[in-house]
Write a protein that binds this ligand. Structure first.
Ligand SMILES: [Zn+2]
Length: 421
């Protein structure tokens, strides 16, 4: 395939996938997948994997789709590491339409009218990220939805790579496994429900960040805490010396934390504790905290601080009863690096170097499916899809960037062969 044919093949797949609405909805993981439409997306991919002849295709009761492409190396060749690819099948729900109506255009600069009827315009002045793409073919939305390049550009990328390998047995490759997971956008619930025996990767990749060249292998360590404060209720006429107000104690509790170590006061690799919710009534108050830090030791200190502040509150008001739970949600990908698997990250830079792509490494203030998968000992860094403005109706996908993301995928498969290739 020449460049043009390759781009058309990628775009055709991408448009087919965005045509399936598959928003997820936050539900705390109580039901996975969170929406029925994600099954439509998974079944479409399952059918395509079957047509390609992949092995061990499995769609779990949690809508996690896994499959294997066995190595095609001459018998007797030592097997290179098994490489995994993971992408999410859901799109984010940010109160925009679940139905995506993509449009392809040649960008000549200036504003882009996404929707003339509704007067939705992407203004170049407010979107300087458009300027590097003058002269390129873009896929944009009609202004009423996200585009869903997050993460359907990755689905198109991985599926096209599998099709290329199946259709051209002359391209050598080791064992490859893939996982397509639901509910990434609402808490990584798909990857958290993966059966890792069906994803036997030595290391893996997600393709789930933005512009051409982006690389992420540092994410937050993330956890949450829930503190429940039981007070003593009383009628105001006899409340003096009796009533213990849990609402005020919840306020006292959150005031024990440093107001400078919050999301709104931090950036880069600075961590925080985010007071998300205080719910209260005359007898009980509940405080929900999110804990985030790139550095594992600092993250653990933040958890210890929460426990210390609970103790302080108990001392401040011995008549209240305080209970708390804390839970780790995902880890920093970088903490899973070992001498054996660090090539997974090195290969991204080698691939980009060979393809003439300038890498842009980001310490992500969030997590990816790879942040969870990495906690299972499978190092899973992340590279660009090529799309921009994720989670916005101004999301767009430059077609040449989509192609380059695919070329990185193919190069990573080649590099995995190492000295066995
Ligand atoms: Zn994503």
């Amino acid at each position: 395939m020449n460049t043009k044919e390759l781009e058309e093949a990628l775009v055709e797949r991408f448009l087919r996938y965005v045509n399936v609405p598959s928003q997820s909805h936050p539900n705390g993981g109580s039901k996975v997948p969170s929406t029925e439409t994600q099954w439509d997306m998974a079944r479409l991919l399952q059918g395509e994997l079957k047509s390609l002849g992949l092995k061990d295709i499995s769609l779990s009761d949690k809508c996690v789709l896994t499959a294997q492409l066995p190595a095609n190396l001459p018998s007797g060749t030592p097997l290179p590491p098994t490489i995994g690819f993971c992408a999410h099948i859901d799109t984010v729900d940010v109160s925009l339409s679940p139905v995506v109506k993509p449009r392809r255009l040649h960008y000549t600069g200036g504003d882009i009218t996404l929707n003339a009827e509704k007067n939705i315009i992407m203004r170049a002045a407010q979107h300087p990220e458009l300027s590097p793409y003058v002269g390129q073919e873009l896929i944009v939305t009609d202004g009423t939805s996200v585009l869903g390049a997050d993460n359907k550009a990755a689905l198109a990328n991985i599926m096209t790579a599998l099709a290329t390998l199946v259709n051209d047995p002359a391209i050598p490759h080791g064992n490859i496994c893939v996982a397509f997971v639901p509910d990434e956008e609402c808490g990584l619930w798909g990857s958290k429900n993966m059966d890792f025996s069906k994803f036997p990767a030595d290391y893996a990749y997600t393709i789930d960040c933005c512009a051409l060249g982006e690389v992420v292998y540092e994410t937050f360590n993330a956890g949450s805490a829930e503190i429940t404060i039981h007070g003593v209720s009383a009628h105001p006429m006899s409340a003096k010396g009796v009533l213990v107000n849990p609402t005020l104690l919840a306020v006292d509790f959150v005031n024990l934390f440093d107001r400078k170590e919050t999301p709104e006061c931090t950036e880069g690799t600075e961590g925080y504790i985010w007071c998300q919710t205080i719910r209260s009534n005359p007898t009980t108050a509940t405080v929900e905290l999110n804990i985030r830090d790139h550095d594992k030791a600092r993250y653990e200190r933040r958890k210890a601080l929460i426990a210390e502040n609970v103790e302080k509150l108990r001392r401040m008001e011995p008549r209240c009863r305080v209970e708390y739970t804390m839970e780790d949600t995902y880890g920093n990908i970088a903490d899973a690096v070992t001498d054996e698997n660090k090539q997974a990250i090195d290969h991204i830079y080698t691939a980009m170097n060979r393809l003439g792509i300038t890498p842009h490494t980001i310490a992500m203030r969030g997590g990816t499916d790879g942040s969870f998968i990495s906690t299972k000992g499978i190092l899973t860094p992340n590279y660009f899809t090529g799309g921009l403005n994720f989670h916005s109706n101004c999301e767009f996908l430059p077609i040449p960037s989509l192609r380059k993301s695919y070329e990185v995928t193919m190069m990573l498969i080649a590099l995995a062969l190492g000295k066995h290739g």
